[in-house]
Design a protein around this ligand. Structure first.
Ligand code: ATP
Ligand code: MG
Length: 201
């Protein structure tokens, strides 16, 4: 079994994060968690690339559609369609426009529970309802309702892999093997060493 400290996750700072001047603040939050940055670059993705990215998980269309329909119902509103696949078709088109509109920052973070820790720090998909203290909850203001009326994707600053399996599929799409660095951070000792015998002189 691989050591838990080798878990990796993909994070994308979306074009609104870059344009709002939040690159530094967002990186700070992940960095302070204790996770290790092992890959970093700035790119302008094409629409085809974004489609590939989202469709890499064969369940994504269904899950995203169901999540959206449930959110409409919870708010006492009628969803645009009862078919999750149809709902996601519109979302995917809007996402392609949104994410190819300008530079994004792509990163790979590594460490124990990297996927879960990053999702927690990032917050829920819809900024209106994502928790206070999270990136999406603190630093932006969008909602499903307004984005749907305007016919655009929810602008929520970040993409973060949903599961370790999703991360393992997404990372090679964005980074070549040699763009991901293997190195030790001094601070990892206090997170992972079992005996902590290197501190006292
Ligand atoms: P991401 O995958 O970007 O980290 P997520 O996993 O929280 O976000 P998904 O359900 O995978 O959310 O949706 C991907 C992205 O699509 C969201 O981040 C958001 O920008 C957009 N999106 C999702 N659902 C909707 C919706 N109902 N209306 C508008 N945009 C949406
Ligand atoms: Mg997702």
């Amino acid at each position: 079994m691989k050591h838990p400290k080798t878990e990796r996750t993909l994070v994308i700072i979306k074009p609104d994060g870059v344009q709002r001047g939040l690159i530094g603040e967002i990186i700070r939050r992940y960095e302070q968690s204790g996770l290790k940055l092992v890959g970093l670059k700035m790119v302008v993705p094409t629409k085809d690339f974004i489609e590939k990215h989202y469709l890499i998980n064969p369940e994504w269309r269904r899950i995203t559609g169901e999540k959206t329909i449930e959110s409409y119902r919870k708010n006492g509103k009628k969803p645009p369609s009862d078919d999750p696949i149809k709902v996601t078709e519109v979302i995917l088109n809007n996402l392609k426009k949104y994410l190819s509109s300008g530079p994004v920052v792509a990163m790979v973070w590594q460490g124990m529970h990297a996927v879960g820790i990053v999702r927690k720090i990032t917050g829920g998909t819809e900024p209106l309802t994502s928790d206070v203290g999270t990136i999406r909850g603190d630093l932006t203001i969008d909602s499903y309702e307004v984005s749907d009326v305007d016919g655009r994707a929810v602008r929520n600053l970040i993409h973060a892999s949903g599961t370790p399996e999703e991360a393992e599929a997404e990372i090679p799409l964005w980074f070549s093997e040699k763009e991901l660095l293997n190195y030790r951070l001094i601070s990892e000792a206090i997170l992972y060493d079992v005996n902590l015998d290197g501190i006292l002189e």
